[in-house]
Write a protein that binds this ligand. Structure first.
Ligand code: SF4
Length: 641
């Protein structure tokens, strides 16, 4: 029986286990990436492991999230990451160089290799034919220290593309359509593999837009074959030597198939507050727009921005619209500056931002109160823009630029502009903004400023857990709810004691104090708890506050892994309707834990109501061992290094 491309790459990297669905395997990690927001924790963890250097072929530390330097905090984090990178043999990408996923794609990604990143949009690398997975920071720290990553073999969904996109319809519309079809939960426990004739009409950066937003499907990762378009892209980057042709076997079998005829797609928009709340643009073109932001790791490639420049050239942004544009990398910005496209954007009235995540992570450009904000980004969760009353709509660069001129959401198919974008002969890697590790790493001193505090470490698990239900929340709680990441909090990503004071602050402001008053306790949640980002802080802040277990109807994959890594037990209701039976501030207790976890059946005694509720634990023997030891760091030190 033929293999999917995803399974072929996993097979090539198998260290332990069998490539059978649901089984735990250990794979070799070729490359890792971190961004600064999760990176400080990752490097504190790497330091705590006591290794001499990284075991991967390549590890890169990017600074792209917290680039504003209003106080000393972000600059301290950058200095810490820079020095720790030099000490352990990691490439350091300075602030201003660009967004981690765009830079990794341009400079380092290789077809057929594996990449693990402490950022949920790491699957962007799937556009180059990589198995490219977003994981918790501790997983990435362990991958750097050992070259290993443990995962469950996912199912594989085949998205079969036929036909060709019509003019003004783009890769963003393909992934918005997939989200509309499969929903934000449709990819959980799965790899999304794209095949079919339609793949040939998509460039690597188109493919990367699609694999990037595979994260919004909840997928483990997404992957495209590596073909002549991949070779063309790598040649442009001066890296044709990294190319190899890879694709699925002709008789590959898949768990699910979604067929899409690209010629039937039209410009789409994801409405607030979920990326799968998708409608055709033409149905809501009377929407008055206040702010438009173009960029992010989803849509900041050279061709994306050239299309924007072409649409804006010789015209004026509507007086009521604030348009900001953040190129994905300094190499792209330099090329736009050299070919005149940058001047066209500025002349039209665009605000040009630094090559960084910027408004995507709420780092500046928060919209005005009640604003309608159109963004080419990947997420429109409530509050993520930095303005709680704002309504964020996700669109393609073409829709964004057309709407910037009109002042209303606009269908770009009405434009009379020639969009035939010529690629330059070659992009130059901007080595002025990369710092490579020195030959002599022994003498490097790691600099830790006062904003960098040790991360919390859990204790080994006892037989019994007891406490109060200090929080009860509904379905679809995101990591942004659990640990908000607005501009005022972002500088404290390396300071968990400070951050923990704001945990769940948009849901229940009393939560941190209640935890402190009750010595921690339990959280009860609904479906898809922890969806959103790989943000480890969403597990570390509750750990710091003494949360022992989180009980939900279901979990998002990366957050569940982060809870296990922190030694917090993720449990699900055996019968989802039992969610109603546990009340806020009920006194609860779970006994016989160490013997119950391996059976998968855990009984909770609600002492307030007198009811006994059946919960389930789904995890591997290794997960149980990690929980038993009080988290992955304790486990890694004693079992892996
Ligand atoms: Fe940066 Fe936004 Fe991409 Fe995250 S989703 S890496 S914040 S651009």
């Amino acid at each position: 029986m033929g293999l999917s491309l995803a399974y072929k790459v996993l097979k090539d990297h198998l260290i332990e286990g069998e490539l059978k669905q649901g089984q735990e395997i250990c794979i070799k990690v070729d490359q890792t990436l971190t961004q600064d927001s999760t990176g400080t924790m990752v490097y504190l963890q790497l330091e705590a492991m006591g290794v001499e250097g990284v075991k991967t072929d390549l590890s890169v530390a990017y600074i792209d999230h917290n680039t504003l330097q209003q106080g000393f905090e972000n600059a301290d984090d950058h200095e810490f990451i820079k020095t720790v990178a030099a000490k352990y043999g990691i490439v350091y990408s300075k602030p201003g160089n660009g967004i981690c996923h765009q830079l990794q794609l341009e400079n380092f990604g290789k077809p057929g290799s594996t990449l693990l990143g402490s950022d949920s949009h790491t699957p962007t690398g799937g556009g180059l034919g990589m198995i490219s997975i977003g994981a918790g920071g501790l997983d990435v720290a362990v991958a750097m220290a050992t070259g290993k990553y443990f995962m469950k073999v996912p199912k594989v969904i085949n998205v079969k593309l036929s036909g060709k996109l019509s003019p003004w319809v783009s890769a963003k519309d393909i992934i918005l359509h997939v989200l509309r079809e499969l929903s934000v939960k449709g990819g959980v426990g799965k790899i999304v593999e794209y095949t079919g004739e339609g793949v040939k009409s998509l460039s690597v950066t188109d493919r990367a837009t699609i694999t990037n937003m595979g994260a919004e499907l909840g997928a483990t990762t997404s992957i495209f074959p590596s073909d002549s378009n991949t070779l063309e892209y790598l040649k442009l980057q001066g890296r044709e030597g990294d190319w190899k042709e890879i694709s699925a076997d002709a008789d590959a079998t898949y768990d699910e198939v979604l067929e899409i005829d690209l010629s039937t797609l039209e410009p789409l928009v994801a409405q607030p507050h979920s990326p799968d709340n998708v409608r055709p643009v033409k149905e809501i073109i009377n929407l008055k727009v206040d702010q438009i932001s173009i960029g992010s790791c989803t849509n900041s490639s050279y061709s994306d921005l050239m299309k924007v420049a072409r649409i804006l050239k010789g015209k004026k942004v509507h007086p009521d619209v604030s348009l900001s544009i953040a190129p994905g990398s300094s190499a792209i910005l330099k090329t736009l500056a050299e070919n005149g496209a940058l001047a066209d954007m500025i002349a039209a009235g665009a605000r040009i931002l630094e090559c960084a995540c910027g408004p995507c992570i709420g780092m500046g450009q928060a919209p005005k109160t009640d604003a309608i904000s159109l963004r080419t980004f990947n997420r429109n969760f409530f509050g993520r823009s930095g303005t709680e009353s704002a309504q964020v709509y996700l669109v393609s660069p073409e829709v964004a630029a057309a709407s910037a001129l009109k002042g209303y959401l606009e269908d770009p198919r009405i434009l009379d502009v020639e969009l035939d974008i010529q690629m330059p002969e070659k992009f130059e890697r901007n080595d002025s903004l990369f710092v490579y590790p020195p030959a002599d790493r022994k003498s490097v001193e790691v600099v830790m400023g006062p904003n960098i505090k040790p991360f919390p470490v859990n204790k080994a698990l006892g037989e019994k857990l007891e406490g109060k239900v200090v929080l009860k929340v509904e379905d679809n709680i995101t990591t942004d709810h659990i640990m908000p990441s607005n501009a005022s909090l972002l500088p404290y990503r390396s300071n968990i004691p400070h951050l923990a004071n704001f945990s769940f602050s948009t849901v229940d402001k009393e939560f941190p104090q209640r935890c402190k008053d009750n010595g921690g306790g339990f959280i009860v949640g609904g479906d898809n708890y922890g969806q959103g980002s790989s943000r480890e802080h969403a597990a570390l802040a509750p750990l710091y506050l003494g949360i022992k277990a989180v009980i939900t109807k279901s979990f998002a994959r990366i957050h569940k892994a982060n809870l296990i890594n922190s030694g917090i037990i993720p449990l699900e209701f055996a019968d989802a309707s039992d969610y109603e039976k546990i009340g806020f501030m009920d006194d609860v207790e779970i006994g016989d834990l160490l013997s119950a976890l391996p059976t998968g059946k855990v009984m909770l005694n609600d002492k307030t109501s007198g009811m006994s509720i059946e919960l389930k634990f789904e995890g591997s023997e290794r997960d149980i061992e990690i929980l038993r030891r009080g988290g992955y760091l304790n486990y890694a030190k004693s079992n892996l290094i």
